[in-house]
Design a binder for this molecule. Structure first.
Ligand code: ADP
Length: 437
């Protein structure tokens, strides 16, 4: 029988006893009142005991009782016990998580919605010089590098920001913020000192080697020119040898120049001015046309004739903020490639126009095109796609790497659309914020 049924039966039996005694003695009403009062007093007593027990947390074993109250005590006690178990388990999990993140070699800081430090691991305390007491402090007050504050405020956390450690400037950190949950952010900092050192060594090595190669090359070229002048043309072997030597030294000079330019792009501070792109483009088109006209005429036996292959379409006259020499290199490379990799009887279109949020330069040819697999790789250093060509096309494989770097320094993007045998279109997208006229 359930507890509720027992309680009801006990109540009914008491009422029956009161009715019988009341019927015999004629005191039914006083007896019924006394019974009601007794029941009420008992319930008040039980409620009072229960309130005292629950007030102390309900953790101790509940007082001895019976009936429905024992049931109530038992259920509450069981809920409390389960809650305690769950709390203990969660606490253990949090402890384990903290211990593992504490042992992480990378610095980790949990930031609140107001940039305040909620938690930091041991590595974070070490590399940023934080103390336990810094909890709750706003991070811009502790890490004061302007580039970090800019990064924190920007809300654009796709890339990491490189900073020196505030406690030891010899340590370089790559700091990245990851957003999660509602307004919470995790700041991760990785020690990239070795990586940066290696990168610097690579840049220095390339720069030094290229620089050192310049002088011997100039000397070689000078002697070669003298020897060519002295050549009386009696020995065809000698003449072709001189020509090949000249071709190869020129190729090497281009390589050295391109490598030096790439190094400059990687290491030099950006200089900016308002560049008159339309004027720059017409100048480049004229120069490149003349140069390619001369080269093709030199290889052919006919008279020197510059072919009008470039069609320049200027749809806007906007100027952009940038570095003229760098832009000149990039545009010359694109135009040079378009002429180099397309037949001489085809047109190369150069178009300067506005499209949505960008100012665009298109260089479009009707040449050999690039295989789909090669497109993502052509901007890599020294990458030259292997296409069966009727004549050998010279190059260093550094031109598009230069273009990519220059565009990166101008917040611009390069997009390549190409189809084998049909042609290619190289588009440079400059953001409108760079327009300066
Ligand atoms: P390269 O000195 O070889 O021209 P680049 O970096 O300028 O070096 O170009 C890399 C490769 O991309 C080239 O070797 C060529 O295969 C391909 N390429 C570049 N521009 C064009 C183009 N307009 N049409 C077809 N292929 C191109």
């Amino acid at each position: 029988m359930g507890v509720w049924q027992k309680e009801i039966i006990a109540g009914l039996l008491l009422l029956l006893a009161v009715s019988i005694i009341g019927g015999i003695t004629g005191l039914f009403m006083p007896l019924a009142l006394a019974l009601t009062l007794a029941v009420l007093m008992r319930q008040l007593y039980q409620i009072n005991r229960f309130e005292k027990w629950i007030r102390t947390g309900g953790r101790a074993k509940y007082p001895k009782t019976s009936g429905i109250w024992e049931e109530i005590y038992y259920h509450v006690y069981r809920i409390k016990k389960n809650e305690k178990k769950r709390k203990k388990k969660l606490g253990k999990m949090v402890d384990q998580f903290r211990q593992s993140t504490e042992a992480l070699p990378d610095a980790a800081i949990v930031l609140g919605s107001n940039d305040e430090i909620e938690w930091a691991n041991k590595a974070a305390r070490e590399v940023f010089g934080l103390h336990q007491s810094d909890k709750g402090q706003r991070i811009p007050n502790l890490i004061r590098f302007p580039e970090f504050i800019r990064y924190l405020k920007s809300g654009n956390y796709h890339e990491a920001v490189i900073l020196p450690s505030p406690v030891d400037h010899r340590i370089t950190l790559a700091v990245r913020i990851i957003t999660y949950g509602a307004g919470l952010r995790l700041l991760l900092a990785q020690d990239v000192t070795q990586l940066k050192k290696m990168e610097r060594m690579r840049k220095d090595f390339v720069a030094n080697v290229s620089h050192e190669l310049r002088t011997p090359l100039t000397v070689l070229k000078g002697y070669l020119e003298t020897l060519q002048d002295m050549d009386d043309g009696k020995s065809s072997l000698l003449t072709t040898s001189f020509q090949q030597m000249q071709g190869q030294t020129e190729r090497m000079q281009h390589l050295v120049d391109d490598l030096l330019l790439l190094t400059r792009l990687e290491t030099q501070q950006k200089k900016t001015e308002c560049v008159n792109v339309p004027a720059l483009l017409s100048q480049i088109c004229k120069e490149t046309e003349a140069l390619h006209g001369r080269t093709s005429a030199a290889s052919a036996s006919g008279p020197s004739l510059s072919s009008a292959r470039i069609e320049l379409i200027m749809e806007t006259d906007v100027h952009i903020v940038g570095e003229e020499q760098e832009l000149r290199s990039a545009f010359t490379n694109l135009l040079g490639n378009a002429l180099k990799y397309s037949p001489e009887d085809t047109v190369v279109k150069v178009r300067w126009y506005r499209s949505g949020d960008s100012i665009v330069l298109d260089v479009e040819d009707q040449g050999e095109g690039i295989a789909t697999n090669d497109i993502p790789r052509v901007t890599e250093r020294f990458y030259r796609s292997e296409v069966k060509r009727t004549k050998k096309v010279g190059g260093t494989g550094l031109g598009l790497a230069i273009v990519k770097h220059v565009l990166m320094r101008h917040d611009a993007k390069l997009s390549i659309a190409s189809e084998l045998g049909k042609g290619s279109r190289f588009s440079c997208y400059f953001p409108v914020k760079r327009v300066c006229n």
